[in-house]
Ligand binder design. Structure first.
Ligand SMILES: O[C@H]1[C@H](O)[C@@H](O)[C@H](O)[C@@H](O)[C@H]1O
Length: 483
C-alpha cells in the first residue's frame, strides 16, 4: 500500500480506530500522492534526537530516585527517611506532572510546541538545583515537584512534537525513539546512582546524582535555537509559508521534485483545520462566542469519535502505569535490598537495562507489527512474569518493618527446600520477563496517543491522556511502599 502524504496523523474516519494497525498508513487514497520512499532524512533524525533529550531527562529524573532513596541516609532533616517520606519524595513528582500536562497542552496550542519544550528545560534545571541543595525532606519534595512539572510538560509535548514532524511510515519508530530516550535516561540514572552509591562520598553522592540532571536540559536549551516549530502548528497559526519550508527540509535533498507533495501536505492540513472549525461551529449551533478552550472541551467530549479516541488514549496510559512497572523503576533498589542482594543498585540496573534493550526491539518492529498487535502479543508475557514473581515472593518470608538498608534479612518460608538466594534469583528472572514484555508493548504504544486525535483536539486529548498516565503513576508511587 502506498505511503501516505497525509498529514502526519490518522484520518478520522469512524472505522479507523478498530483497524489492526491502530493508526497511520493509507490516506494516500485521499490525496493521491506518495511520500518519498526510504528512511527518514538526517534532518528528521537530528530533530528526533534533539527532542529526545526531553525523554532522556524524563527517564533520568524518574530513574535516579531509586538510588537516591537508598543513599540519602540521614542527610535530610537529620534522620533516616521512613516509608512515608520516601513515598512523598517519590510521588510528588508524578503529582506535579499530572497537574502540568493538561496545562502545558493549553500552552502548546496557544504558543506552539517549542516554547513548552523550553519551559520544561528551565524547570528541569531549577528543580535539579533545588534538589541538590536541599537540607530537609520538605526541600527535597519541593525540588522533586518542580522536576515533576518539567517531566509532565516534556512527556506530553515531545511525542507530539516528533509525531507532527515525522513522515507517516516512520512515525511509530520515531515516537518510540523518544521512549527509548526515556529508558536510556533511566539506565544512565541507574549507572550514575550505582557509581555514587558504591564509590561516592555517602553524604554528598546523592546530591550529585540529582544535580547532574541539569546538564542535558542546558544542552537542549541551546539546541532549541536550531529546532523548528511543527508544520501542523504553523499552519494552524496561519504561517503556511513557514510550514512549507519545514516540510521541504523533512523531505530532504530532492525537495524540488516533491513540490506537489509539499503543497498537498500543507493543503490537507489547511483543509483539515477548516473542516474541524466548520464542525465546531455546527456542534455549537453556529454560536461563535465560546472561548476556544471551552470549544475544545466541547469538541472532545461531545463528538463520538473524539470521545472514543480519548477513552482509548486514557485507558492505555492508565494501564501503562497501573500494571506497576514504575514501582520497580522507583523502588527496585529498595526491593533488591530487602531480598538480600549485596549491591542492590547494580542488581536494579538489570531492570533498566532490560527495559532499554526491549524498547530497541519495539522500535524496529512497531511499524511492521502494528500497535494493537504488539500489545496483544506482549501482555500475556507480562502476566506470566508477574505470576512467577508472586510465586518467588511466596517462597520468602520478609520480616515486617522499615524499608531501609540493613532492616531486612530475608528467610525462606517454612517447608521449602529452596534457599532465599534461589528464590531471589527466581524473582529477578521473572521481573526481567515482565519488564521485557512491558517494554515491547505497554511501555511505548500509549505514547502514540496523538495519532488518535484530529488536530483541533489533539493537544487537549494528548494532555488529558498524559495526565491520566501521571495520575496512575502517582497512585502507584504513593501506595507501593506502605502496601
Ligand atoms: O514509556 C515510559 C517507559 O516505559 C518508562 O520506562 C517508564 O518509567 C514510564 O513511566 C513510561 O511512561
Amino acid at each position: 500500500m502506498a505511503i501516505s502524504v497525509e498529514a502526519p496523523l490518522i484520518s478520522h474516519r469512524e472505522d479507523r480506530l478498530d483497524d489492526d494497525s491502530y493508526s497511520d498508513h493509507s490516506d494516500a487514497d485521499d490525496v493521491g500522492v506518495e511520500w518519498p520512499a526510504g528512511r527518514p532524512g538526517l534532518f528528521i533524525w537530528l530533530l528526533t534526537l534533539s527532542a529526545g533529550i526531553s525523554g532522556l531527562l524524563f527517564g533520568y529524573d524518574t530513574g535516579v530516585i531509586s538510588a537516591t532513596l537508598v543513599s540519602i541516609g540521614t542527610s535530610l532533616s537529620g534522620k533516616d527517611l521512613n516509608s512515608l517520606d520516601k513515598s512523598a519524595v517519590t510521588s510528588c513528582t508524578a503529582l506535579f506532572a499530572l497537574l502540568a500536562s493538561p496545562i502545558s497542552s493549553i500552552f502548546a496550542d496557544r504558543f506552539g510546541r517549542k516554547p513548552v519544550i523550553l519551559l520544561s528545560d528551565l524547570l528541569f534545571v531549577f528543580g535539579a538545583l533545588v534538589q541538590a541543595l536541599s537540607t530537609s525532606v520538605l526541600g527535597m519534595v519541593l525540588g522533586r515537584s518542580i522536576v515533576g512539572a518539567a517531566v509532565g510538560a516534556a512527556s506530553f509535548v515531545t511525542p507530539l512534537y516528533i509525531a507532527e514532524l515525522a513522515p507517516p511510515a516512520y512515525r511509530g519508530m520515531l515516537v518510540t525513539m523518544n521512549v527509548l530516550s526515556i529508558t536510556l535516561g533511566q539506565v544512565v540514572a541507574y549507572i550514575i546512582g550505582w557509581i555514587f552509591a558504591e564509590h561516592g562520598d555517602p553524604s554528598t553522592g546523592w546530591r550529585w546524582m540529582v544535580g547532574l540532571g541539569a546538564l542535558p536540559a542546558i544542552l537542549q536549551c541551546i539546541l532549541l535555537l536550531l529546532m523548528p516549530e511543527t508544520p501542523r502548528w504553523l499552519v494552524k497559526a496561519g504561517k503556511s509559508a513557514e510550514a512549507r519550508q519545514i516540510i521541504e527540509k523533512t523531505i530532504g535533498s530532492d525537495a524540488d521534485s516533491h513540490r506537489f507533495l509539499i503543497d498537498s501536505v500543507v493543503k490537507s492540513i489547511e483543509i483539515e483545520i477548516r473542516e474541524e472549525q466548520g464542525n465546531a461551529l455546527l456542534a455549537t449551533n453556529g454560536r461563535k462566542s465560546r472561548s476556544s478552550l471551552l470549544q475544545g472541551w466541547h469538541e472532545l467530549l461531545r463528538v463520538p469519535k473524539n470521545r472514543r479516541a480519548l477513552v482509548i488514549a486514557c485507558l492505555l496510559q492508565g494501564l501503562q502505569q497501573l500494571c506497576g512497572f514504575n514501582s520497580l523503576m522507583y523502588f527496585s533498589a529498595t526491593i533488591f535490598t530487602m531480598l538480600g542482594f549485596s549491591i542492590p543498585t547494580l542488581t536494579s540496573l538489570t531492570v533498566a537495562a532490560t527495559n532499554f534493550t526491549f524498547t530497541i526491539l519495539a522500535l524496529v518492529s512497531i511499524d511492521r507489527i502494528g500497535r494493537r498487535r504488539i500489545l496483544l502479543y506482549s501482555i500475556p508475557f507480562m502476566t506470566i512474569g508477574l505470576f512467577l514473581s508472586a510465586f518467588g515472593f511466596s517462597l520468602i518470608r520478609l520480616p515486617s518493618g522499615g524499608t531501609n538498608v540493613g532492616d531486612h534479612i530475608p528467610v525462606t518460608a517454612d517447608a521449602t527446600s529452596i534457599s532465599s538466594r534461589q528464590a531471589a534469583i527466581v524473582i529477578l528472572l521473572s521481573i526481567m520477563i515482565y519488564v521485557a514484555s512491558y517494554a515491547l508493548g505497554l511501555g511505548n504504544v500509549p505514547w502514540m496517543q496523538s495519532e488518535l486525535f484530529p488536530l483541533n483536539v489533539r493537544s487537549l486529548g494528548s494532555g488529558l491522556a498524559t495526565a491520566t498516565n501521571w495520575l496512575a503513576n502517582f497512585i502507584i508511587g504513593l501506595t507501593f511502599l506502605p502496601l
